[in-house]
Design a protein around this ligand. Structure first.
Ligand SMILES: Nc1ncnc2c1ncn2[C@@H]1O[C@H](COP(=O)(O)OP(=O)(O)OP(=O)(O)O)[C@@H](O)[C@H]1O
Ligand SMILES: [Zn+2]
Length: 669
């Protein structure tokens, strides 16, 4: 008797498609979670088997066959399938669109001739070995935080709210250790923001657990390296994964603890593709695995703080710095407005720098703007340097002698005179890190100044080397952007000077203030992490604003509670739930026309509790010659919004020349 026919439901990375049925060729053994290659139209594409059945509703003559099964490892775990399915539903994509791109390229290609030898090498990686690194005795607050987490069972979302330098990382390491010891199969995910801290933290985790395989995943990794880590986690060989947001899609054999460090960081939100929040999916994953999740931060996001206040998340607090002698720095606000001033640095800041340097400590100067000046302009006619492809200025880079668009990378040489009126005296306007570096070199000629931003260090290796020099004391004054603000444990920085945070005070975005507060607390937290008290000096015109008042007191709770109050009064996030529909086209009119139609369709389908706003141009209206518009949708209750989005998405009509995409929980609204 012939073998009974079998049909596989397969998801592929194509918009708007559900699972497709394929005939399983005789003799091919398949299981849910297997990766396969299937024909789709005229192509052969990677897919994932989500189910098998002896029947199908697809007519026999339309049925095609599974072309190949990739049998190099065990099938994807059921929990991973559930995760990608949930992410697809939540972020309004097809299941295949969330699942297939989450795999490293290596795992979604038909194996080439060298695949076997690659696998063998990939599986050969092992623990670091050697003696475990130093293990400080936890202080009372750290110990209490660990005790509470370890005493709880099952899913509990914890917020580890600890001031800068309070030793949150030690708490993570202790919890990881306990988790690994309690269950020899347990695995841990430690997520970190998209910054250059991964190697540092990874080294620290490796050193602490020399007998366990610790792997990393970072968007800078070449695919081979990513695939190697991915495989080690999937097969249960790796016990700890340290990674950026993409690591939330790793396939774990037995996830027993999830940690999100600096949970407020916006880099946990993906800006393209599925546009997921790594932090939010981390909470879902912990829930699904019935394990604890730790969201750590000195300045939790407002969404997270709201959940703490509501009682949904449990709070763990570290109120003081961990290192015995260290205290929180003193924060001073200084008015930068001085008549006829030619320098950006105020006399107060210069004097404080002088004193700190004399005492043999380092100074960190923070300015969140790279380049020499944000724009080049003509004092006679008002011409300003702009990008040829985007609706934005080009930044003047003096060293490179270029005008560069920071959005699309377009660049051009420096014109010898104003291209509009011919005046040769065109001038840089405003200040970036390159200009302040120049000013510092003149002001402190005998000091070693190092600038760290994406222009001065462009590779992971260069960044590591730059930070090594800071730690080794080969630098007196460090100038930098966001890159130096977060996470670094500088032992000898005595003073932090913050220049011009005011630009962000003027932004209309809902989260601008919250993000500015977090950045400033972070960068301030780099001062005085060991030894004598540190000092922070902030040059701002907004000294009377409650944000700076709370900052000077380092009072996150007062700030966050006030923000929540304000958001509640104004019915803003997190008291409403939002989604954004974006449209891109050759002209703004086409993009807006698409959105106007989308509004009409939406109005017919939306229940009264869903509000649809008017289409507007995106804040950066033109990017790389594409014009962009957006449309905000809002509801008080998430289920109503989600149900509406799912229906609306199906009814949106494709228009030639218009690309559209949906984002749930947009950060930029
Ligand atoms: N119990 C402890 N005893 C002594 N030193 C400690 C202890 N815990 C942590 N430290 C040290 O204190 C410093 C700050 O710790 P860590 O970097 O973990 O803080 P953090 O809370 O993650 O800081 P941030 O949020 O500012 O990045 C580190 O040098 C760490 O080694
Ligand atoms: Zn551009």
């Amino acid at each position: 008797m012939a073998e009974a026919e079998q049909f596989a439901a397969v998801i592929v990375d194509a918009p708007g498609l559900g699972a497709l049925d394929y005939r399983v060729p005789e003799g091919m053994l398949l299981a849910p979670g297997d990766r396969v290659i299937v024909p789709l139209g005229t192509r052969k594409v990677p897919g994932i088997v989500t189910g098998l059945s002896p029947v199908t509703e697809v007519p026999a003559k339309k049925l095609r066959r599974v072309a190949a099964v990739l049998s190099d490892t065990i099938p994807l775990h059921a929990e991973w399938l559930a995760l990608t399915r949930f992410a697809a539903l939540y972020y309004q994509r097809g299941w295949g669109e969330s699942a297939v791109p989450a795999l490293p390229l290596f795992m979604r290609r038909a194996p080439g001739v060298r695949h076997e030898s690659w696998l063998k090498k990939a599986r050969a990686i092992g623990p670091a070995g050697g003696e475990p690194g130093p293990r400080p005795q936890l202080n009372d607050e750290q110990a209490e935080a660990c005790r509470q987490v370890l005493a709880s069972g099952g899913y509990v979302p914890w917020v580890l709210f600890g001031v800068t330098g309070s030793g949150k990382t030690e708490v993570y390491l202790h919890l990881i250790e306990e988790t690994l010891v309690r269950d020899p199969e347990a695995q841990v995910l430690l997520m970190v923001p998209e910054i250059n801290l991964t190697p540092q933290l990874e080294a620290r985790v490796r050193a602490r657990f020399p007998d366990e395989l610790v792997v990393a995943m970072h968007s800078d990794f070449p695919d081979g390296e990513r695939a190697r880590s991915w495989l080690a986690v999937h097969e249960g060989r790796a016990r700890v994964l340290v990674g950026t947001r993409m690591s939330i899609f790793a396939s774990f054999r037995k996830l027993a603890l999830v940690i999100v460090d600096e949970e407020h960081d916006t880099s946990f939100k993906a800006g393209d593709g599925l546009r997921f929040s790594g932090r939010d999916l981390a909470v879902w994953r912990a829930w699904k695995n019935r394990c604890p999740v730790i969201l750590g931060s000195a300045t939790p996001s407002i969404e997270t703080w709201a959940k703490v206040r509501k009682g949904d998340y449990k709070l763990l607090t570290l109120t003081k710095r961990a290192s015995a002698e260290a205290t929180l720095p003193a924060i001073r606000l200084v008015n930068p407005n001085r008549k006829g001033a030619r320098t950006l640095l105020t006399p107060d800041a210069a004097a404080a720098m002088e004193a700190t340097l004399k005492a043999g400590r380092q100074v960190l100067v923070f300015l969140n703007r790279r380049g020499y000046a944000p724009v080049l302009s003509c004092p006679s006619c008002g011409w300003v340097s702009t990008c040829r492809r985007c609706s934005t200025f080009t930044v003047f880079h003096k060293g490179a002698k270029r005008l560069v668009c920071h959005h699309c990378g377009w660049q051009t040489g420096i014109p010898p005179a104003c291209p509009k009126c011919g005046d040769p005296d065109i001038l840089p306007k405003g200040t970036g890190t390159e200009r302040i570096e120049e000013e510092l070199a003149v002001r402190f000629p005998d000091r070693r100044v190092l600038r760290i931003d994406r222009d001065s260090v462009s590779t992971r290796h260069e960044a590591e080397e730059a930070f090594r020099r800071v730690h080794a004391g080969e630098v007196d004054i460090l100038v930098g952007t966001q890159m130096v603000a977060k996470g670094h444990d500088f032992a000898n920085v005595g003073l932090v000077v913050v220049l011009n945070p005011d630009a962000q005070m003027l932004s209309p975005a809902t989260r601008a203030r919250e993000q500015l507060f977090a950045t400033l607390m972070q960068v301030a937290g780099r001062a005085g992490r060991a030894g004598a008290q540190g000092e922070v000096l902030i040059q701002t015109r907004f000294q009377d604003d409650p944000l700076f008042a709370a900052l000077a007191r380092q009072d996150y709770v007062a700030f966050a509670d006030a923000v929540l109050e304000d958001r509640r009064a104004n019915m803003a996030v997190p008291y409403v739930h939002q989604a954004m529909l974006y449209a891109e086209a050759k002209s703004l009119a086409e993009a807006e026309f698409f959105l106007t139609e989308a509004v009409e369709i939406g109005m017919r389908e939306a229940p009264p509790e869903v509000r649809i706003y008017d289409p507007v141009p995106m804040p950066l209206m033109r990017l790389m010659n594409v014009e962009r518009a957006q449309l905000l949708v809002e509801a008080d209750e998430r289920p109503a919004l989600q149900a509406f989005l799912a229906r609306w998405r199906q009814s949106l009509r494709a228009r030639a020349g218009v690309e559209w995409t949906m984002e749930v929980d947009p950060l930029e609204a």
